[in-house]
Design a protein around this ligand. Structure first.
Ligand SMILES: CC(C)(COP(=O)(O)OP(=O)(O)OC[C@H]1O[C@@H](n2cnc3c(N)ncnc32)[C@H](O)[C@@H]1OP(=O)(O)O)[C@@H](O)C(=O)NCCC(=O)NCCS
Length: 326
């Protein structure tokens, strides 16, 4: 019987955080990606850092995990770690930012319990601590996009369905003329309260952190046609990120923030810019109501539906917890 303690994570925890995430690799297998094909690797040492990233993101190597965590902390977000008898067994990441209604939100962007320690209450404890932490920081809501198998896990903790979204793709083409694109990597800081109109697959704050702030000096990343900036034209301004899809390099993931919209002109604008940046296709998300209104005029093809859950922190009583025994 040992006590689990949840605390703020830091750079000294990087190797153990990476180990927690690597423990959950599907079938315990690492893959290489020669010429875009997925091939099982004989040894982890065969993989480049970029290939390790392709296996599951920034937590797949200590090097990238350190950069990632450093950026997370420098930007005011919060990693929480669960420690059992001196060993880290779980990690949760909270991303803070104002969302479309102007309230401060905390978003659970990552929750991972070490494979050997799952179903022992550690995930529950991490989320409970996240609720306390977010409420103390002054957030009004806590959100998460749960994988299908953990919807009930979050419901038991008080979350409810909130935002329904549709993931779609569309062909890039020169629909609109007269656009001015200004590449500007500081733009979001200047415009940070603009509503997030396209790409809500995680909170606005997390998307910005992952796709803009979190860059790596690896050749594979610096070569990629990543664009961040401000497009203006037709009396409107939109801040946007174009980020190549992990496996389909000809497809841009598009995220956009603006005071108004989205309407069909905004979509055409994004499809035009993607075309100008050399992409063939665009992948993004719209809320269900917007998608239904725009799918025909913009020839959008549905990929899947997603849902964000939300917990109202204003209505939630909190009490400090000391840890627990598992
Ligand atoms: C999901 C996860 C964080 C839950 O953490 P955990 O410590 O294993 O969960 P808990 O022991 O606190 O679970 C509490 C309850 O949630 C439910 N639950 C948890 N994980 C579940 C899963 N994978 N499938 C179905 N139900 C699950 C169960 O009802 C469980 O109670 P039970 O064990 O008595 O049946 C963990 O399993 C994990 O890291 N999974 C892989 C990554 C992941 O899916 N992260 C969530 C991203 S949104």
């Amino acid at each position: 019987m040992e006590k689990v303690v949840v605390r703020r994570g830091g750079l000294a925890d990087v190797s153990q955080i990476a180990a927690i995430h690597c423990s959950d690799l599907e079938d315990n297998l690492w893959y290489r990606f020669p010429e875009g094909k997925r091939v099982a690797a004989k040894r982890v040492s065969e993989l480049t850092l970029y290939e390790r990233w392709l296996n599951g993101g920034s937590w797949m190597s200590e090097e990238l995990c350190a950069i990632y965590l450093n950026n997370l902390l420098l930007n005011g977000h919060m990693p929480l770690v669960a420690e059992l008898d001196g060993k880290l067994v779980g990690e949760l990441e909270l991303f803070y930012g104002k969302e479309n209604d102007g309230h401060l939100y905390a978003h659970i962007g990552v929750l991972q319990v070490h494979k050997e320690y799952q179903r022992r209450g550690i995930g529950t404890l991490l989320v409970q601590k996240a609720i306390i932490t977010a409420k103390k920081r002054g957030a009004s809501y806590l959100t998460v996009r749960p994988r299908d198998v953990v919807r009930d896990f979050y419901k038991k903790l008080g979350f409810a369905e909130w935002l329904k979204t549709v993931v779609f793709f569309a062909e890039a083409a020169p629909f609109v003329s007269g656009l001015t694109w200004k590449e500007d990597t500081t733009i979001f800081n200047k415009q940070k309260f603009w509503p997030f109109i396209m790409g809500y697959e995680q909170s606005s704050a997390q998307i910005w952190q992952i796709f803009h702030v979190n860059q790596f000096a690896l050749p594979e990343f610096t070569r990629e046609p990543i664009h961040t900036g401000l497009v203006s034209g037709r009396g409107k301004e939109v801040v946007a990120i174009f980020y190549p899809h992990v496996y389909f390099g000809d497809m841009a993931n598009v995220y956009a923030w603006s005071n108004k919209g989205p309407n069909k002109e905004d979509l055409w604008t994004m499809l035009t810019l993607a075309y100008q940046f050399g992409y063939d296709k665009v992948r993004s998300l719209l809320t269900e109501d917007k998608y239904e209104g725009l799918k025909d005029s913009c020839s959008l093809a549905e990929i899947e539906r997603q849902e964000i859950f939300r917990l109202n922190l204003k209505e939630r009583e909190i009490y400090e917890m000391a840890g627990f025994v598992c």
